[in-house]
Design a protein around this ligand. Sequence first.
Ligand code: ADP
Ligand code: MG
Length: 235
Amino acid sequence: REREQLRLERMICVNQLAAGIAHEIRNPLTSIKGFIQLMARRGDRPVSLEHLEIIISEIGRIDNLISEFQMLSRPLKEPLVEKINVYKLVNDVLLLMEGQFRNKNIVFPPQLPLAGGCVLGDADQLKQVFINLVKNALEAVPIGGNVIIVASCQQDMIAVTIENDGDGIAPEIIEKLGTPFFTTKANGTGLGLSVCYSIVQNHGGKIMISSLPGRRTAFTVLLPSPADEGVSMNK
Ligand code: ADP
Ligand code: MG
């Protein structure tokens, strides 16, 4: 009976995903179609650059959606298992995103010390987790606010917290986070956190959210760190 229950839950999940993706792709497609029809009706008058730009940006939205959707299916594969220095990985992600901090005039957080602990896992997948979380923090932080990254190693766990000033998240919204396609943003896909949850879960870890409404939000990624660190593997 348990197996039947699981099968049913998966079906519902697939249904929701399919409905979500259909809806998300139809929106930009409708506007692309509308603008192309408009351009066709204008006959031999010059094509408006503005309309072309809208079309390009709507195609970009579909493109983004599909990339995130692909990411969501990727963690279903067995993650690679290699020894990863999480602090270094987070530093790499931050450097990758430096331009996005600068664009919003957000102080670039200091690099984490390189002494941090290691986890066994898939570097590309874990990078994606931190990219998504930092991206969300940058989208939520007001101009001139702070994004802070804190990491710590305790016993057999590594914790990395990404915290940002901002409006925080209302409790009734926190409950919905991680549901595919749940977004409060006009141009959001609502897939970023789903990808994060699924990857972190696959690594035996978890994500914790703490929010002070009106003040700040913090996402903490907890990952198990092998006890025999450095003994059996030396990569
Ligand atoms: P998207 O960013 O496309 O909306 P996500 O899955 O990444 O999708 O995030 C889902 C929702 O979670 C966001 O729309 C937002 O409401 C909320 N959220 C995520 N991160 C933060 C944050 N740092 N501060 C406030 N709200 C957040
Ligand atoms: Mg996001």
